[in-house]
Write a protein that binds this ligand. Structure first.
Ligand code: 5AD
Ligand code: SF4
Length: 502
């Protein structure tokens, strides 16, 4: 049936539009497939059943995701919406009749990945008339300009508009330039898309969005212009989603937002601390993580809540960006080096075993050798388990884009090498302290190369590769660490009746 439908699209590309309209109509008629808010993930199964019951051929989609966990979660949502319309995931890009690219604009390099992918898509489009949508942050940033610059694109959709995807698809054709659409509205209000429409990649670990947008306007950052102002998801919806995940055997939740610490329930005013305590009370969930925290909003109370509620993982991503107070002030980060370090010291007193991570930018305009050395010394002082480090890249509309990008590329490169080399040594020495210990590990998958080998994450979010006598994907196991590198730990599963019963 799928081959037949693919041929339809090749022979009659306009069939695409008719097909979508028919499927939309069908979806509306099928009472069990509803877009309203639901707390029951099994509703997704209903969508699938409805699809299987019908004889209308499916269209095949492919979603290419760049960027952060927020984008990954959005793509899971987009996939859920599409499958709710009767679409089927294509095995390879070349076979798809609908291609969505979920983009990242945080650095120039992330943006360029879109342009190189579009070249490849152009050829696919010419062959089979595939419909191409650019979504996410680059879409929101450039709007109409993007579609004018890249005619391969049929529609552009910003992150606040994914609920409009079915109607948008019904209104466009890849062969009618007049039908191209740009949907980049921002809303101040939270718009709930049913969590039943999320097609999750994992069956045991789930992203749960708690807020979106950012009001901080750090001088280098494009995010306030791509994700808009802060808005918070009602706590009752967050909790309903987590309870539903728990009922469906999920073990870990990762609370997502650009600045999770500023969370405030729009209905009751409940804070992030109360949200954490509430999530901690959902019995079946074992591990709770959250990302991203802003140092200026990271109160002692949050650290105390982490320490007192044992299901909240002893892991914290607290992006510092620079070790120099001068640079931090110019970045408009609203904290100094000392304030950041005081926060870290307090966190370590409460949780000596905490795994810390951060983002670092090197080569911000005007960064001197002295500023750079301060970043290196901060790395030595904090001793992060992991960092994400980047060369500064000017972004449109950000305040720093008006300043001269004064640090030469060669200097930025050299500083990034120094940051990464120092961090590599720190990580290696931290990882060595785990050798000989048994570590609770959530097994996330099988090794691609080696059967009998598995990969997972520790509570501190370190990668652990290990041998096990049976398939333990999705389970918590104890792993005895036998060796390590700077970026991962290696070991073997401690056999237990629970993990391998036979
Ligand atoms: N240049 C380089 N890195 C950037 N980041 C954000 N904007 C820029 C930029 N213009 C980094 C920050 C942020 C992470 C997600 O990306 O470190 O925390
Ligand atoms: Fe960007 Fe700063 Fe907001 Fe983070 S806090 S998303 S770096 S503006």
């Amino acid at each position: 049936m799928e081959v037949a439908s693919a041929l339809f699209f090749i022979v009659d590309p306009f069939r695409w539009k008719t097909e979508l309209k028919a499927q939309l109509k069908r979806r509306m008629l099928a009472a069990e497939v509803n877009i309203g808010y639901s707390t029951d993930l099994t509703e997704h199964a209903n969508i699938k059943m409805t699809k299987q019951k019908t004889s209308i051929p499916s269209f095949r989609y492919f979603i290419h995701t760049f960027g952060c966990q927020m984008n990954e979660n959005d793509s899971e949502r987009l996939a859920g919406i599409l499958e709710g319309m009767g679409a089927v995931k294509a095995a390879v890009l070349e076979e798809s009749t609908l291609i969505l690219i979920n983009t990242c604009a945080v650095r120039q390099k992330s943006e360029e990945k879109l342009y190189s992918l579009l070249g490849r898509l152009d050829r696919i489009k010419r062959k089979n008339g595939a419909l191409i949508g650019v979504l996410g942050c680059v879409a929101q940033l450039y709007r109409d300009n993007l579609i004018e610059k890249k005619p391969t694109i049929d529609f552009v959709m910003g992150p606040d508009n994914y609920g409009d995807l079915p109607d948008t698809l019904a209104g466009i054709s890849s062969h009618d330039p007049q039908s191209k659409r740009v949907i980049t509205r921002f809303s101040r209000e939270w718009h709930e898309i049913a969590d039943s429409l999320i097609l999750r990649e994992s069956s045991f670990s789930a992203y749960v969005t708690i807020m979106e947008g950012c009001d901080n306007f750090c001088s280098y950052c494009v995010v306030p212009f791509t994700r808009g102002r802060e808005k918070f998801r009602p706590i009752r919806n967050i909790l309903a989603e987590i309870q539903s995940l728990a009922k469906n055997n999920y073990r870990e939740v990762l609370l997502l937002g650009q600045n999770v610490n500023s969370y405030k329930d729009p209905e009751s005013g409940i804070s992030f601390v109360d949200l954490l305590k509430t999530v901690n009370s959902v019995e079946e969930i074992d591990w709770i993580r959250f990302i991203t925290s802003h140092p200026k909003n990271f109160s002692p109370e949050i650290a105390q809540t982490m320490a007192a509620n044992r299901k909240i993982c002893r892991q914290l991503h607290l992006p510092v960006q620079s070790g120099s107070s001068d640079i931090l002030a110019r970045m408009k980060r609203q904290y100094t080096r000392d304030e950041y370090l005081e926060n870290i010291a307090f966190i370590k007193v409460l949780m000596p075993d905490i795994a810390l991570s951060a983002d670092i930018i090197v080569g911000y305009p005007g960064e001197t050798e002295k500023d750079h050395k301060e970043t290196l010394s901060l790395l030595e002082e904090v001793r992060y388990t992991n960092i994400f480090s980047f060369r500064y890249s000017p972004r449109p509309r950000s305040a720093a884009a008006g300043e001269e990008d004064s640090v030469p590329l060669e200097v930025k490169r050299q500083r990034l090498i120094e940051v990464q080399a120092l961090q590599k040594d720190i990580q290696l020495s931290i990882n060595r302290t785990f050798i000989g210990k048994n570590i609770k590990t959530l097994c996330t998958g099988k090794s691609k190369k080696d059967t009998g080998r598995y990969t997972g994450r520790s509570e501190g979010y370190q990668v652990i590769n290990f041998d096990a006598g049976c398939d333990v994907v999705g389970q918590f196991v104890q792993v005895e660490i036998t060796s390590c590198g700077p970026y991962s730990l290696r070991g073997r599963m401690v056999e237990s009746k629970d993990a391998c019963p036979h």
